[in-house]
Design a binder for this molecule. Structure first.
Ligand SMILES: [Zn+2]
Ligand SMILES: [Zn+2]
Length: 201
């Protein structure tokens, strides 16, 4: 909430919320997958009530479907929620999207980045949110519990992509919230590099 607030007040353009527990599986009246509180939804609610910030675009690149976030914002036309989870769905109004991911291939990082860009870039540009939010899980890294065959390159590429997308769509305002990922060796490898790209992009 504090990170989102600082962006809304214009104190910073980008912030990284280092949250140890997940959030995107917590819905209106349920929780699961180690998610008790939906951090992104709480931040959105707070910004709407306190700052009148209304439109939000969320890209969820955790390996799993963001069922809690989807539940909370279902039917809310002012939240674009694009979730790269392996399912294939677009809501009638186009603001809720699930994207299939081909597993493996010759270059999983490259194909994942292409899919993320194809799913999010034009949608967020047209949507023009007040704030862009990246729900960043690294559980899709090789050997973690959501293994999608990805490596560091995919996450660094996503960070660069999100900086560029936020610059075009929401005046540079980008909130990154840490999602799933369990291995400390991967966390210490990936997270500092992602923060570095977000800070210098
Ligand atoms: Zn996950
Ligand atoms: Zn999904």
């Amino acid at each position: 909430m504090e990170a989102a607030q600082k962006i809304c007040l214009g104190e910073v353009d980008r912030a990284f919320a280092f949250i140890g527990a997940g959030g995107h599986h917590a819905g209106r009246n349920f929780f699961g997958g180690y998610c008790c509180f939906n951090d992104v939804a709480i931040a959105v609610d707070h910004l709407r009530k306190s700052y009148g910030t209304h439109r939000f675009a969320i890209l969820d690149t955790d390996a799993h479907h963001g069922d809690g976030t989807r539940d909370i914002f279902q039917g809310d036309p002012d939240v674009l929620h694009v979730c790269i989870c392996g399912m294939n769905y677009v809501s009638p109004d186009g603001t809720k999207v699930d994207v299939p991911v081909p597993w493996g291939g010759r270059d999983p990082d490259e194909s994942y980045l292409k899919i993320a860009e194809a799913a999010f870039a034009s949608r967020v540009r047209a949507f023009r949110p007040d704030l862009t939010i990246w729900y960043f899980g690294f559980d899709g890294h090789q050997g973690d519990y959501g293994d999608m065959g990805l490596s560091l390159r995919a996450f660094v590429g996503l960070a660069d992509f999100m900086v560029a997308a936020a610059r075009e769509a929401s005046g540079g305002r980008l909130l990154t919230v840490l999602g799933g990922g369990s291995r400390t060796d991967l966390a210490t490898l990936i997270i500092p590099q992602v923060i570095h790209r977000l800070a210098n992009g």
